[in-house]
Ligand binder design. Structure first.
Ligand code: PNS
Length: 160
């Protein structure tokens, strides 16, 4: 059984994330989408809102499940018998930090990282940009799943 993890903050999940999750689901027997609990960062969506949205938008893949992790991703991998961390690479600017993390994670626990090149449609896309554009009234409807778009609009309304 080949089991992979797609870790991240998913605040909120974008079509770029979904593209990587779906392609991972085609390559591995099981894919765990793991939401980092790191409480020190300011989030637009709570942990349960982020996981609810992820569960909804990944429900079509029977081998994808949504879970959480706290602490080191390699400890999560060992505890859950995960052999591979899948990371999307949008541009060369992602590479430096991702390479460091991949080498650290391999050194710590021998966990492999597989870099998947992002669909060029989403190479400029990040959750942070989506939140910023939505906050100032820009149209992000083609960048996030519909359920996320509706929640973003509602959150922006609440915050204004
Ligand atoms: O969506 P993000 O914020 O880019 O996700 C980053 C995340 C959560 C995948 C990354 O920060 C991570 O793996 N954090 C877990 C803590 C950890 O293992 N740190 C050491 C990495 S070498």
């Amino acid at each position: 059984m080949r089991r992979a993890v797609c870790p991240g903050s998913f605040d909120p999940v974008t079509l770029g994330h979904l593209d990587i999750i779906g392609r991972s689901a085609a390559l591995y027997d099981e894919v765990l989408v793991a939401v980092g609990l790191n409480a020190s960062k300011q989030r637009m969506f709570s942990f349960s809102e982020r996981t609810d949205m992820l569960r909804e938008v990944t429900s079509a893949w029977s081998n994808v499940s949504v879970t959480s992790f706290d602490g080191l991703i390699v400890d999560f991998c060992k505890q859950n018998d995960v052999q591979v961390i899948v990371k999307g690479l949008r541009a060369i600017s992602d590479f430096d930090y991702e390479l460091q993390m991949a080498q650290m994670n391999h050194g710590l626990q021998g966990v492999e990282t597989m870099f998947m090149t992002t669909n060029p449609l989403y190479s400029f896309l990040s959750s942070s940009l989506v939140k910023e554009v939505a906050t100032y009234g820009g149209d992000v409807s083609n960048l996030v799943p519909d359920v996320v778009h509706q929640r973003l609009l509602a959150r922006v309304r609440e915050q204004s």
